[in-house]
Ligand binder design. Structure first.
Ligand code: UD2
Ligand code: MN
Length: 770
């Protein structure tokens, strides 16, 4: 018995010893882990004291409210309202007034928006006469949201967001002035400013500070691109969760993304627009708001009262703050080009970069002044920026336009990566590293942040819907479009996965500097503004690169209804010319679709010399536009002809045939090539090189060699739902003349159009576009 007791006592001691030893070992292990984490971080952050903040984020698990078309809803992040000025103001309708007035009348503004929303690059391009356009559908409304008050922030009020409920027209039509024939023009749903909706979602404001970066669920960004990638179209690279979190942190060479934000504890928590809140202007200041609106085409008066280093809510999807990135990311030069930018927004742009970028990754900020005329952008700006050693200012001696201004900035940049930003943005927490990480993984990736919306009226910071990508519609109109649900499911995408993007918006992206030059940078022949985003997008994809939107990187941008600066030449002509350069160099046979969507008049304008650009494309062995459409943007509808097949005459019940240079009628027979014609985007009725042409004199017709620049070869057909839809109407003749078959089938001539005359009605076998 004693033996047993002694034995138990003895082994109890051993057990206690083993237990204590393992506790000590565990403690050491945890301490070591903690140290190694701190090591990584302190190493990286020695340039400054980190103030890490943890913001309760509202997640962007957004249901897609607007499933149709290219809607890109914005949501107000936080609807608290602060006052600018001292006038009596608190009610919602005062805010409504701000929205309404904002320097112009509401109707006028909505009108502007309508126009603007139709075209990003080419907005206003269709505004001329002819062609004219009419927006066929337009809704507007107001949405109201309640916000729960939070500690430490001004009391919340209801905010009315009048502008965010604009939905855009589904289709618009052009009426050709001369012939009054309706031509469809694709302008559908394309938006520059993502049209928005109010959601019952609020991003909460920061309530507490947190210490150094914590371990927790750590994710590592893995590029899941594999051998299948080339077959898989538009697949977002995936971010996967590691099984063992601590291993991920310990893994040498990576660290959790730095959520640096010097504005975490703002100087004045109650300042106007602080935390990205909507700000109000007192009613007695409306006149001032209006007066100053045109300085920037947004609420300049209000912007000037908001701190240049205001805090904004961290709108990243939750998992973003847990991602890890490599320690040795490349450094970047941030390039802001500006012409007559508003002082406060320019400063806010610069401060947002300085305050929210890891200093060791920010090589410099280059401000390229594109020959501004405002006084305060000269010595005053020099003096202000002299306090920031990283900021350099370059002054162009004459107005170059944003494309050549960016090139001037790039030419002097010292960073390994170029990051271009518009000069009225606010970079959000953690915006930079996720961009640089993508380039680190593959230097041919061109990452873009999610572009969020800083309201042009109340300057509030609004987040946009998830899973949006940049696309274009004919005639090269930029727009946003949501990834289809099936695609998201099929690829198991989460809200933080990179989104492969057929076209970038243009203003905000990072690119490896060497790669930028390998690609031939921008076409320097592009003038002032517009089209360069199409050019660089096609170039990147077709010459071996990729464009991605990175949901963990977010930057707010003020979308303006109009350009606030002057164009040296006509704005519309400038953009049109740029687009034609892009179409001629990159679109191959698909350029017909560009011209065919309302731009026939651009076929013979002077666009300057393209030899270098064409040579460059050859030298880089870039792929075809067909490849781009099939592999990058397969959901784009791009039929090379509008209609094809047999050309059946309803009255005669026979088909047109071309034999030995003569046109005649035959019994329809699909197997006969002589009966196959195309109705092209150039509006030609065409078989190989020969076009059926109305003859200048008399009422005959002729076969002529096709020539895109000759309007006299064009026919309107199916261009409207009018009674003449099935007719072939000679385009160049001033009064309506239609192609008519003789009742015996032996003649073909032009006669005045008669809606009921079946001998004037023609039907192609297949119609690909209306
Ligand atoms: C969008 C892009 C913009 C550009 C443009 C098409 C975004 C957020 N913005 O229009 O970057 O791609 O489409 O070309 O994607 N600027 C000059 N010189 C000029 C004209 C403009 O320096 O002659 C500056 C201007 O001050 C601004 C930037 O270029 O910082 C872009 O101009 P914008 O803001 O008027 O263009 P935006 O946002 O309407
Ligand atoms: Mn802009």
């Amino acid at each position: 018995m004693m033996k047993v007791r002694r034995y138990l006592r003895g082994s109890g001691r051993v057990l206690a010893f083993v237990f204590i030893a393992s506790v000590i070992w565990l403690l050491f292990d945890m301490a070591a882990l903690r140290l190694s984490i701190n090591d990584v971080n302190s190493q990286l952050l020695k340039e400054q004291v980190i103030r890490e903040r943890e913001i309760f984020k509202q997640q962007s698990r957004v249901t897609q409210l607007m499933k149709r078309g290219f809607k890109h809803p914005v949501q107000r992040v936080d609807l608290a309202v602060t006052h600018a000025g001292k006038g009596p103001l608190s009610s919602d309708n005062k805010l409504a007034q701000v929205y309404r007035q904002g320097g112009k009348k509401q109707d006028q503004m909505l009108g502007d928006k309508k126009i603007n929303s139709l075209h990003h690059q080419g907005d206003n391009l269709l505004k001329t006469d002819p062609p004219k356009y009419v927006v066929s559908e337009h809704k507007e409304g107001a949405a109201i949201q309640e916000v729960t008050p939070k500690q430490g922030v001004p009391a919340k009020k209801k905010a009315v967001n009048l502008d965010q409920n604009l939905t855009k027209s589904e289709t618009s039509r052009v009426i050709d002035g001369s012939n009054k024939v309706m031509l469809p023009v694709v302008v559908s749903n394309i938006t520059q400013v993502p049209p928005g909706v109010q959601k019952d979602k609020h991003a909460l404001l920061p309530t507490s500070k947190k210490g150094p970066i914590e371990t927790g669920d750590v994710q590592i960004a893995l590029d899941k691109t594999d051998s299948k990638r080339n077959k898989k179209v538009m697949t977002g690279a995936k971010v996967s969760q590691l099984d063992n979190n601590s291993t991920a942190v310990r893994k040498p060479g990576v660290h959790k993304v730095l959520s640096l934000d010097m504005t975490q504890a703002p100087r004045d928590a109650n300042a106007v627009g602080q935390f990205g809140q909507a700000a109000l202007v007192a009613s007695n200041e409306d006149a001032e708001v209006r007066k100053r609106w045109d300085e920037g085409h947004f609420n300049v008066y209000l912007s000037d009262q908001i701190p240049v280093d205001r805090a904004i809510p961290d709108t990243r999807p939750e998992m973003c703050a847990q991602n890890v990135v490599h320690d040795d990311l490349p450094s970047t030069s941030v390039i802001f080009c500006f012409v007559d930018e508003v002082w406060s927004t320019l400063l806010r742009s610069v401060h947002s970069v300085l305050n929210r970028s890891p200093p060791h990754l920010l090589k410099e900020i280059i401000l390229v002044d594109d020959f501004s005329t405002k006084d305060n952008l000269k010595e005053q700006l020099d003096a202000y920026m002299s306090q920031f050693p990283k900021v350099r200012i370059i002054r162009l001696k004459e107005r170059q336009g944003l494309i050549r201004a960016r090139l001037a900035g790039a030419a002097v940049a010292k960073g390994e990566v170029l990051t271009f930003l518009d000069s009225h943005v606010e970079c959000n927490v953690g915006w930079l590293e996720p961009l640089l990480e993508r380039i680190y993984l593959d230097r041919k990736k061109v990452p873009c942040p999610v572009i969020e919306v800083v309201s042009d009226k109340d300057m509030s910071y609004m987040l946009v819907d998830n899973f949006q990508r940049g696309i274009f519609k004919w005639p090269l109109v930029f727009g946003w479009s949501a990834l289809p649900d099936e695609y998201i499911k099929k690829n198991n995408m989460t809200v933080s996965d990179p989104i492969r993007c057929p076209v970038m918006a243009g203003g905000l992206f990072s690119i490896d500097k060497k790669y930028f030059y390998e690609l031939g940078s921008y076409d320097p022949g592009l003038d002032v503004w517009g089209g360069e985003n199409m050019e660089i997008s096609f170039k990147i994809w077709m010459c071996g690169g990729e464009i991605e939107i990175i949901p963990c990187s977010r930057v707010g941008h003020i979308f303006r209804g109009q350009n606030p600066y002057k164009f040296p030449k006509d704005r519309q002509k400038t953009v049109e010319r740029n687009l034609v350069r892009v179409a001629e160099v990159w679109l191959d046979e698909y350029k017909d679709l560009f011209y065919g969507h309302g731009y026939h008049h651009l076929l013979d304008i002077n666009i300057g010399n393209l030899t270098e650009q064409i040579e460059l494309r050859k030298r880089l062995k870039c792929k075809s536009f067909k490849w781009y459409l099939e592999n990058v943007y397969p959901d784009m509808d791009a039929p090379l002809v509008k209609a094809e097949g047999l050309v059946f005459n309803r009255g005669l019940r026979k088909c047109l045939s071309l034999q030995k240079g003569f046109l005649l009628f035959e019994i329809c027979d699909l197997s006969k090539q002589s009966q196959h014609f195309n109705y092209t985007w150039m509006r030609h009725v065409r078989q190989q090189d020969l076009c059926v042409a109305p003859q200048g004199k008399g009422n005959g017709f002729a076969l002529q060699l096709c020539d895109n620049t000759k309007p006299e070869l064009r026919w309107f057909h199916k261009s409207s739902n009018s009674a003449l839809a099935e007719h072939l109407i000679a385009e160049f003749v001033s009064h309506h003349m239609c192609l008519e078959a003789g009742p015996q089938g032996d003649t073909l001539r032009l006669n005045p159009c008669e809606s009921r005359n079946t001998f004037q009605k023609w039907q192609f076998t297949h119609y690909h576009a209306q």
